[in-house]
Design a protein around this ligand. Structure first.
Ligand code: IDP
Ligand code: MG
Length: 159
């Protein structure tokens, strides 16, 4: 088996989660999993950053609705780190359509919608790098050594 990689991934806690007082619950799920929080802030998105972030959806008829929703309230952006963090976070997040997402996932447990689906999570390592650079300055990313590595990973995974 290939050695698992240490990766960072970008999460956006969306306006529906903020309005439904689910911010702490969402962050708690990532923390409890063992993902390391390396950056976090509350920001208001604008058209420029949304056009960039949702560039793959720019031609879709629902794009203006997503943009209106995402810039209508503040969001919380965070970067999480861990072995294979991108795929691991996507599993915890669940599929795009909330009402069909697996029970136990964030979207499966808290969302009935495709648009109001609680969180964004990077979908590939390549996009995670782009998205982290889009939302965070290098000095906003904190490298820190966690004290509980020995109970989170096997010895060979920690090397
Ligand atoms: P993802 O968030 O699961 O990666 P994407 O296909 O990248 O899904 O879409 C980005 C976001 O755009 C989704 O999280 C969702 O909020 C919104 N979206 C995707 N498809 C639709 C749709 O058919 N109608 C309305 N909003 C959509
Ligand atoms: Mg996506």
């Amino acid at each position: 088996m290939a050695k698992p990689r240490e990766e960072k991934t970008l999460i956006i806690i969306k306006p529906d989660a903020l309005n439904r007082s689910l911010v702490g619950e969402i962050i708690s799920r990532f923390e409890r999993k063992g993902l390391k929080l390396v950056a976090m802030k509350m920001i208001r998105l604008d058209d420029a950053i949304l056009a960039d972030h949702y560039g793959h959806l720019a031609d879709k008829p629902f794009f203006p609705r997503i943009a209106k929703f995402m810039k209508g309230w503040p969001v919380i952006v965070l970067a999480l780190e861990g072995l294979e963090a991108v795929a691991s976070v996507r599993l915890i997040t669940g599929e795009t359509m909330g009402r069909r997402a697996d029970a136990g996932t964030i979207r499966g447990d808290f969302s009935m919608s495709v648009q109001a689906n609680i969180v964004h999570a990077s979908d590939s390592v390549e996009n995670a790098v782009k998205e982290i650079n889009r939302f965070f300055k290098p000095e906003e990313l904190h490298g820190w050594e966690r004290l509980d590595l020995e109970v989170l990973y096997a010895e060979d995974e920690r090397e």
